[in-house]
Design a protein around this ligand. Structure first.
Ligand code: ADP
Length: 298
């Protein structure tokens, strides 16, 4: 895939055509995109009583870091990500972006979901233009930015196609382009490649790392796939079974750029084994919790 050369061509235009993009892209080199989670607990009030989805999490994610949240299903990964996105507020504690409390969603955070959340009635180009238009840019600026982003994800030829005509991988590329179109300082990704086949997934992982390198953006990535977490991240944050808390913060010092041959290296497998032991233990706890719940209902 000639993504890097596309990006090199696109870079001048990308950071030149968007009024705030140059500062944002530069700023993220060390000043923007830091997240502080300060003793945050997130509870939901259910008919059956309060449900603690995330339990007392405290951590700092530095500007430009690539961090994966790994944990068994239902442990609160998406809930934590949604709180960083500003879709929900912690019941206790606080979350800060660059020192300011996160109170609502904002253009400084782009989000990519597992199932593409594109507007089916809009063309690919118009989907990517949506963010810049909402942020108040002119149609001309929004189109210029959208075309640059589509160039960067290798979808220029599909600008006028509709989402339903694209493959799952292509739809996710549009989703990523759309999330980046406001040049956010933080990219939040909730199992973005979970529905893709193994080959497409592997290509998407490499493309994402190229974009991350190019944009120098902070990435928070939720997955339950250990290989994916270790392959992508600077740090893997392992969460416990519900209620979720961070039980391990593993640094991944593998060389970059990461390429698929890394998957068979001994360093990779050593890290993978550490994650597997933790995840296996937590998944068993999650399984027992679920069995107890089901037995209680029977
Ligand atoms: P994960 O992403 O790790 O699979 P989630 O964050 O989606 O886990 O969910 C954690 C727990 O919080 C689950 O028990 C889930 O049912 C519950 N939960 C998530 N969102 C809501 C909500 N909006 N209302 C009530 N319960 C929720």
């Amino acid at each position: 895939m000639a993504l890097m050369s596309l990006m090199r061509d696109a870079r001048g235009r990308a950071f030149g055509t968007h009024p705030t993009s140059r500062t944002r892209a530069r700023g993220s080199e060390g000043l923007h995109g830091r997240i502080d989670i300060d003793d945050a607990e997130i509870r939901f009030d259910l008919d059956t009583g309060p449900l603690v989805a995330v339990k007392r999490v405290s951590l700092t994610i530095l500007s430009g870091e690539f961090v994966c949240f790994l944990g068994p299903s239902g442990c609160g990964k998406s809930t934590l990500l949604n709180a960083v996105a500003g879709f929900l507020r912690p019941t206790v504690g606080r979350l800060l972006l660059d020192g300011k409390p996160i109170e609502r969603p904002g253009p400084d955070r782009g989000m990519v979901f597992q199932q593409h959340s594109l507007f089916p009635w809009k063309s690919v180009l118009r989907n990517v233009m949506f963010g810049p238009l909402m942020a108040g840019h002119s149609a001309l600026e929004a189109e210029s930015t959208a075309r640059t982003l589509l160039d960067m994800v290798g979808l220029t030829a599909f600008a006028h196609a509709y989402p339903a005509t694209l493959s799952g991988g292509m739809q996710q590329r549009v989703g990523i382009a759309r999330a980046l179109a406001n040049y956010p300082t933080v990219l939040l990704m909730d199992e973005p490649f979970g529905a893709l086949d193994a080959q497409t997934r592997s290509m998407m992982q490499e493309s994402l790392l190229e974009l991350w390198h190019e944009f120098k953006i902070t990435v928070l990535f939720v997955t339950h796939d250990i290989d994916e977490a270790v392959f992508l991240s600077d740090r893997v944050l392992v969460m416990s079974a519900a209620p979720g808390e961070i039980i391990a913060d593993l640094r991944v010092d593998l060389q970059r750029p990461r390429t698929p041959d890394l998957l068979v290296s001994s360093e990779f497998n050593q890290l993978k084994r550490s994650c597997m032991e933790l995840i296996r233990r937590e998944s068993l706890v999650a399984f027992e919790q679920q069995s107890r719940r089901l037995a209680g209902r029977a």
